[in-house]
Design a protein around this ligand. Structure first.
Ligand code: ZN
Ligand code: ZN
Length: 127
């Protein structure tokens, strides 16, 4: 049986369950991630949309179209960054949304857009 990973936003209005081991654990320091999250680098994992169920009172998160292929997702009540809902359909979560972000499946394996990190912030994850 596949493990179910649970998570949600700061206020609990948006909750989700994601089924099985996530794909493509990585960090990203692109300007869109930075602006949307407020952090210099964000940690990501991906699921097929069919592997995600929105279980909170708020249903699906509110979205903002950030590119031609993706929308950024956030809680309309508390503003928490949830992730991105791609047109693919892939749902990417920021790993800090998960209730237990310590699980090794969330450990990033690569870092996208290293060059747009602030000079005072140099995350080295060995890629
Ligand atoms: Zn919330
Ligand atoms: Zn990014």
């Amino acid at each position: 049986m596949e493990k179910i990973y649970k998570g949600g936003c700061l206020c609990g209005h948006i909750r989700f369950q994601a089924i099985g081991t996530p794909a493509n654990p990585h960090t990203c320091s692109c300007s869109i991630c930075q602006k949307q999250s407020g952090a210099p680098t964000v940690n990501w994992v991906e699921y097929p949309a069919s592997g995600v169920v929105w279980t909170g009172k708020g249903g699906t998160p509110k979205t903002y179209r950030s590119s031609s292929y993706s929308q950024r997702a956030f809680c309309p009540q508390c503003g928490s960054t949830i992730g991105a809902i791609d047109d693919d359909p892939v749902i990417a979560f920021v790993t800090t949304c998960f209730d237990d972000a310590n699980d090794v499946v969330f450990k990033p394996q690569s870092h996208s857009y290293c060059d747009t990190q602030p000079d005072w912030w140099r995350l080295d994850i060995g890629n």
